[in-house]
Design a protein around this ligand. Structure first.
Ligand SMILES: Nc1ncnc2c1ncn2[C@@H]1O[C@H](COP(=O)(O)OP(=O)(O)OP(=O)(O)O)[C@@H](O)[C@H]1O
Ligand SMILES: [Mg+2]
Length: 361
């Protein structure tokens, strides 16, 4: 693991500062159409409100996708790393990947300066094999006021700042995963303008799920001007019971309800993937405490995680009462993330295929 600085990127601020708050909409359209084809591997995870599992889902998807790239590389096939970026200032992604408080944790300062001051972008390379990460933390909390100042002078083009940055590095990555909460309008606009596909975790009561989806659909409509391609690519249920390897009636009923709503909103029903992440708050919390995504935690819980320095198996994780983590639960949760990720990526690839068809037309 190391921090690399990507410099030599062209000035993002100069691009934004070439616009005024009265700029001709056609000029903005021209910038957007240049950016769009370069951002088709950018996936945003977001949903109407906080605590819905955005960070857990994104960090786990990043881990699963990175493992697939590692597998490709081991077969001699071309591979590219995955980049995980959290925009929220709580910086919980650092917990999920065990970065918090370590030597590479700059609490989001590097990202803040790269975004708002054109400095070189700092990336943790090899947070896991084939998985790079941009660290977030309290400094991300300063992004909204900088962006507000920029937009006072340069209008809505300012919300394209992250899109302009990512468009310059996206070719280096198989997928870029952005994790952001819609709680702050500026962060929300930055994220929505930069990604092409949205993945929304659905967790909690029926009402919470339906309300969250409604909010997200509104946000997608509102960003249209700056991003006509972004759409909800996938809805993922997280934290629902599975009995005898089947979802319970709670989930099947919720799926039906959601189907009716999607139909009314002209959203394809296929966005709701069959795979879902089962209820496992204890295992999820323990794996976050250990700084391990579910797949890695399952290896640790079954005594198969090898310390890269010593070559010895890592001690099996224990809960706060000293009991060993349940290996079966860990394996089940890890499998859910593998299944969910495969289905989500399939939908995204299909969308990209359609979007590329539009390019050719
Ligand atoms: N499989 C699961 N079953 C039940 N609860 C889970 C599961 N996975 C994660 N959780 C719990 O969901 C909670 C929220 O997770 P997470 O931090 O990923 O959400 P978030 O949407 O990123 O939140 P925020 O808006 O605060 O950034 C955590 O407390 C976590 O333990
Ligand atoms: Mg989060």
């Amino acid at each position: 693991m190391d921090v690399i600085e990507i410099d030599g990127l062209s000035s993002r601020l100069n691009v934004i500062k070439s616009f005024s708050d009265m700029s001709d909409p056609e000029d903005i359209d021209a910038l957007v159409s240049q950016l769009r084809p370069r951002l088709r591997n950018v996936i945003g995870t977001t949903i109407g409100k906080g605590g819905e599992g955005k960070t857990t889902l994104t960090a786990n998807m990043a881990y699963v996708l990175a493992a697939a790239e590692r597998e490709r590389a081991s077969q001699g096939k071309p591979s590219k790393p995955i980049l995980y970026i959290e925009l929220d200032s709580n910086g919980n992604g650092r917990l999920n990947l065990g970065i918090r408080g370590g030597e590479f944790d700059d609490e989001g300062l590097g990202f803040f300066e790269a975004l708002t001051e054109d400095k070189a972008l700092k990336i943790i390379q090899g947070a896991r094999p084939c998985l790079d990460m941009v660290v977030s933390g309290r400094h991300n909390g300063d992004i909204p006021s900088s962006l507000t100042k920029l937009s006072d002078k340069h209008g809505i083009a300012s919300y394209l700042l992250l899109a302009v940055l990512l468009a310059q590095i996206s070719h280096q990555y198989r997928w870029i995963l952005l994790d952001f909460s819609p709680g702050d309008k500026m962060i929300q606009r930055l994220g929505l303008a930069a990604c092409t596909h949205l993945v929304a975790p659905m967790k909690g009561s029926d009402n919470a799920v339906i309300e969250g989806l409604g909010t997200l659909a509104t946000l997608v409509r509102q960003i249209r001007r700056l991003n006509h391609e972004v759409a909800i690519a996938s809805l993922v249920f997280l934290g629902y019971r599975r009995v005898n390897d089947e979802p319970t009636r709670q989930l099947t009923n919720l799926r039906k309800k959601l189907g009716i709503l999607l139909d009314r909103a002209h959203i394809r029903p296929e966005v709701v993937v069959d795979a879902f992440v089962r209820d496992g708050a204890t295992t999820a919390n323990l794996s976050r405490n250990y700084g391990m995504p579910a797949g890695e935690f399952a290896l640790a819980a079954t005594g198969r995680l090898i310390d890269s320095d010593s070559g010895e198996p890592v001690d099996r994780p224990r809960d706060e009462n000293g009991r060993l983590a349940d290996p079966q639960r860990a394996l089940d949760l890890a499998r859910d993330y593998v299944d969910v990720t495969a289905q989500v990526i399939q939908l995204i690839r299909q969308r990209n295929h359609e979007l590329q068809g539009d390019d050719a037309a």
